[in-house]
Ligand binder design. Structure first.
Ligand code: SF4
Length: 182
């Protein structure tokens, strides 16, 4: 809770997902105004803040854990958040992001993308251009504790609104039809 505004500090995080869950969040349309009047938005792809802040009350996390940077971020988010919501099927089960897992290693995946050759491949361990891919995509639950699971590909805006309204009000009793507690 922010000591000045007395509103919950709210964050949304985009990891290994297609951003469709965040697009569904934007489908709240005019209800965004209502929601934003009840929280302080302290971190999100929608605002230009580079570092996940301390003392977050509710963190909505889209996507699976597909690379080193996601892994670092999810541990930071967990450490700094009271309630971590796995937001959407990629966050909950791996879903689309984890479809590459049967290929077994990051190098095989990258060879499919870049073709054969000896040139260094961005995304391979040791490269510096982009964060290296993990050999296996992981669920959030496979890395840190999850408090609430909000499934759907993407979760419908109505459900996002209901679940967030409950969490902002400090309740979990009304979540059972819409989400699952961790
Ligand atoms: Fe995209 Fe669906 Fe994954 Fe959300 S759950 S990030 S909409 S693929």
């Amino acid at each position: 809770m922010d000591p000045v505004t007395a509103r919950p500090r709210f964050a949304t995080v985009w990891l290994g997902g297609c951003s469709g869950c965040h697009m569904s969040f934007l489908d709240l349309d005019e209800r965004l105004l209502d929601l934003m009047a009840r929280v302080d938005l302290v971190y999100s792809p929608f605002i230009d803040i580079k570092t996940f802040p301390e003392h977050v009350d509710i963190a909505l996390v889209e996507g699976a854990i597909a690379n080193d940077d996601h892994l670092r971020q999810i541990h930071l988010v967990r450490e700094r958040s009271d309630t971590l919501v796995a937001f959407g099927d990629c966050a909950v089960t791996g879903n689309v992001t984890a479809l590459r897992n049967p290929l077994k290693t990051a190098e095989v995946v990258l060879r499919h993308c870049y073709g054969p050759g000896d040139a260094p491949m961005p995304g391979l361990r040791g490269s510096t251009e982009v964060p290296p891919l993990l050999d296996k995509v992981r669920t959030i639950r496979g890395c840190v504790r999850v408090d609430v699971y909000l499934p759907g590909c993407p979760p419908p805006a109505d459900v996002i609104y209901e679940v967030l309204s409950e969490l902002i009000a400090g309740r979990t009793s009304g979540l059972h039809n819409r989400a699952r507690l961790g």
